[in-house]
Structures are given as structure tokens and as C-alpha cells.
Design a protein around this ligand. Structure first.
Ligand SMILES: [Zn+2]
Length: 244
């Protein structure tokens, strides 16, 4: 529902939203609130990838996957086996395909924005690589992660390369599925906090974001019942021992 004067969206749903749907609603509002609408005349949904302008799933998938070789197929398939919540895996899938509504991506799609600078640091363009890896906040979150496992390897500058490098030779495949789940948790928490910052509810606190990611990684490992048994205290103190 829209007020013609100020274009304030008020979304009415037939049932109460689940927690994970609220995040999707925030993303939808973000796109709607940064879109210019015709004041005199009707506004229509148009799917520009089909001749009849009607959306069909087949062309939706074709659009998502037609992005060159940004992600090789094996990694794409492996992603869905990671020990993490399905919605977080879906987010990461979109991050790795550069298909999330960062300000830079919205601008490329022609959405009129006041600014394309990062919602967290307000300094650089909000691209996927910047927001999740190179932003000052993200960098501090990953610094905390490196300290956690005593990692001293050089960090790549692309989020895809970072995902690809997030494999520990010391661990077997099953443990690495949990380990990459931690990576998913960090990306998830950065995105959640970034959206909350936009709506003036979040904290741009790297320690807080990392702590929440550690907790999520532990909960997902427990929930997926993978035969690894360790307490939260053990997980926080010596994660690699827990996964051996
Ligand atoms: Zn930033």
C-alpha cells in the first residue's frame, strides 16, 4: 500500500512473518524505498528477460548463473552441504554470485540512490568485496577470526577467493563443512548487522559481530548433529581441537 504524496510503503501480510522472512522484508523495503515511481500513471512489474515480460523460473536461474566463471560448479554444489542454516546458505550463494542488493549493485541496476557508499563505514563504495572483506568493520571481524585460530596467512581481497581459501588442510572433509559453516556465519552476521545499521538498530561493532558468528557456527554444528560433541566454551577456546 502506498501513500501517493510521500511514497511510504506499508506492507500487509496474510500472516505474521517468520524471523527469517523479516530480513527479506527489510531487503524488499530497501529496494522499494530507493526506487523512483511514476506519479501520474500506473506502475507495473516487468520481467525484462522474457519477450512477454512475464517472469518464469527458468529465465530467473539462467540470469543468476550467466555470470561467467565467477564460481566453479563443484564449489557451488559443495556450498549446499555446509553446516549452516538454509537461509544463510542462500545469502552466501547470492554473495558469491554478486547478487545481493549492496548499494553498488542497486546503482548498477539503475536504482536511484542518495549515496553508494558503504552502510557500515560510509567511506568506500559498497560492493560485495568491500562490505564483506575490505571494509574496516569486516576487516576487524576477520582479524578476530584469525586470532581465534592463530591464522597468519595473507587474506585475499576478493570474497570469492576468501571463500575458496577457507579450507583447513589439517581437517577432514566433514570437519571442513563445519568450518566453512563458520565462514557462512560471519558473512551472515555482517549482512544482518549492515541491514540493522541502515534501519538504525544495529551495531557496527566487529567484536560483537564475530561473537555472534562464533555462536551461530556452534549452534549450526550442534543442530546438524554431525557426531562432533563439544561445549560452547570448548568451541570458543580451541575450535580446531573440537573439529579433530
Ligand atoms: Zn565499509
Amino acid at each position: 500500500m502506498v501513500n501517493v504524496e510521500s511514497f511510504q510503503w506499508k506492507l500487509l501480510w496474510r500472516r505474521e512473518l517468520f524471523e527469517w522472512e523479516k530480513e527479506l522484508q527489510e531487503q524488499l523495503l530497501l529496494i522499494l524505498n530507493t526506487t523512483q515511481w511514476k506519479r501520474n500513471g500506473s506502475n507495473d512489474w516487468i520481467w525484462g528477460k522474457e519477450e512477454g515480460n512475464s517472469y518464469i523460473v527458468k529465465s530467473g536461474y539462467a540470469l543468476l548463473e550467466n555470470t561467467g566463471d565467477r564460481m566453479v560448479k563443484e564449489e557451488f554444489q559443495m556450498l549446499w552441504n555446509l553446516k549452516a542454516a538454509p537461509l544463510a546458505l542462500f545469502l552466501v550463494w547470492r554473495v558469491l554470485w554478486n547478487r545481493i542488493p549492496t548499494r553498488a549493485n542497486l546503482a548498477v541496476r539503475g536504482v536511484q540512490l542518495v549515496s553508494t557508499t558503504c552502510s557500515m563505514c560510509n567511506m568506500y563504495e559498497e560492493s560485495v568485496d568491500h562490505l564483506f572483506l575490505n571494509c574496516d568493520i569486516a576487516r576487524k571481524v576477520w582479524d578476530n577470526y584469525d586470532k581465534w585460530i592463530d591464522n597468519t596467512t595473507v587474506r585475499p581481497h576478493s570474497i570469492l577467493n576468501h571463500f575458496q581459501s577457507f579450507y583447513l588442510m589439517k581437517l577432514n572433509n566433514k570437519s571442513n563443512l563445519v568450518w566453512l559453516g563458520v565462514w557462512v556465519a560471519v558473512v551472515w552476521e555482517i549482512w544482518v548487522q549492515r541491514n540493522k545499521v541502515i534501519f538504525n538498530e544495529g551495531v557496527d561493532d566487529a567484536v560483537e559481530i564475530f561473537s555472534l558468528a562464533q555462536l551461530k557456527g556452534w549452534l549450526w554444528a550442534k543442530y546438524k548433529n554431525i557426531g562432533l560433541y563439544f561445549s560452547l566454551a570448548e568451541w570458543l577456546l580451541c575450535p580446531l581441537q573440537c573439529l579433530k
